[in-house]
Design a protein around this ligand. Sequence first.
Ligand code: PDD
Length: 286
Amino acid sequence: MRTVYVNGDYLPETEAKVSIFDRAFLMADGVYEVTSVLGGKLIDFEGHLARLERSLNELDIKKPAVFDDLLDIHRELVRANQIEDGLVYLQVTRGSDGDRDFAFPDRETTEPTLVLFTQSKPGLATSPQAETGLKIISIDDQRWGRRDIKTVQLLYPSMGKMMAKAAGCDDAWMVEEGHVTEGTSNNAYIVKDGKIITRQLSNDILHGITRAAVLRFAREAQMTVEERLFTVDEAKDADEAFVTSASAFVMPVVEIDGQGVGTGTPGPVAKRLREIYLEESQNAAI
Ligand code: PDD
């Protein structure tokens, strides 16, 4: 049985409890982070912590009192659950003042809820999907307008994954006003004539921690990066496509809406970026 963390306590997962009045349960009033673990070490931890702080600030959710201990809490869960490869999921919610109300409860008297748990994923970095690539569909982006905040409102992304599954595919890219925003749980990229193209940062997409690292490594390796809008047609006509996230790292996309991208197999740029990212991020893991 897993050991999980809830509001200061390390508990067996079956004993962990959160109020039915918790704002995340009633209103999706919470934010989260997912940090990967490779070889028992945390990947890009500082980036995830910085984005968590930003998400909390944007929503005026109080920082958990143990914010400065979050690295230790992550490490303790990795240790207690003997995670070699896997994920640490963290969620902070606005908490509960014991009733339901649209108005936020008094932040002086209502403590945020903090929950963390681990997911063991042996062989996370050697996923066979990296060899075959993903088949994706494009769908309308029907999420809210503050996608830069990593909230737990994941119903539409979940529906997107189910739409992909129903179409015999692995994932979906969302499209707004003719341009790809991002994947249901990852950032989206295409490669054309050697250039790596990905949507520029704004409130329309999550500011991926893996995205930031991958673009930095790409530039350091003298690759050309263009941060701009791109269409689904451009993606279908690209030489390569791929996605990035904390759980998938760099993952090639080989088919969009039934049409092969480039050769229809994982391309050299995505493969190279995956290698660089895995090597550099594991060297820097803590
Ligand atoms: N998802 N865009 C969306 C909508 C996401 O949900 C995610 C991450 C990303 C990539 O961000 P990062 O590189 O920081 O993981 C982009 C996580 C992995 C999840 O929900 O499980």
